[in-house]
Design a protein around this ligand. Structure first.
Ligand code: RTP
Ligand code: MG
Length: 138
């Protein structure tokens, strides 16, 4: 068994489009457990820490502006191999090519903006998960 925790974020586009319930439903239907959940209006400081690895990339500033555009739902999710498992539920970063059946594949589309508004975030490793959970559930 490799019971893990991951940070899932329903990004501002997912909240605004009333997809939070659908995303929670998919997480629970897969068998993962919701451990904690909060609605957050992140500030720049939190987003700079969360996205530190992307600082300097062309999409960094549009990404931060997008994440400041409305409330975000932060969820602590637990389960066996949940880090990898949630990223599989989410689909690949670009919603145009994300597989149908995934959150991004089913509900995302390319809005022609400077950043992919792709509905959800999921931690990408155990190290990222513990770092990000400490930030969002301080
Ligand atoms: P996430 O961190 O949100 O779970 O997504 P990810 O691992 O699939 O993607 P990552 O490479 O970590 O990028 C973080 C977020 O930045 C936005 N992005 N837009 N060229 C683009 O338009 C672009 N590239 C990245 C997305 O919101 C992506 O999820
Ligand atoms: Mg990422």
């Amino acid at each position: 068994m490799a019971v893990e925790e991951t940070l899932v974020l329903v990004k501002p586009d997912g909240v605004a489009r009333n997809l939070t319930g659908e995303i929670l439903r998919r997480i629970e239907a897969k068998g993962y457990s919701l451990v904690d959940l909060r609605m957050v209006e992140p500030d720049r400081e939190l987003l700079a820490a969360h996205y530190a690895e992307h600082e300097g990339k062309p999409f960094y500033e549009p990404l931060v502006e997008f994440m400041l555009s409305g409330p975000v739902v932060a969820i602590r999710v637990a389960g066996n191999r949940v880090i990898e498992g949630f990223r599989s539920l989410a689909g690949t970063t670009d919603p145009t090519t994300a597989a149908p059946g995934t959150i991004r594949g089913d509900f995302g589309r390319d809005w022609g903006l400077k950043v992919q508004q792709n509905l959800v975030h999921g931690s990408d490793s155990p190290e990222s998960a513990s770092r990000e959970l400490a930030l969002w559930f301080a």
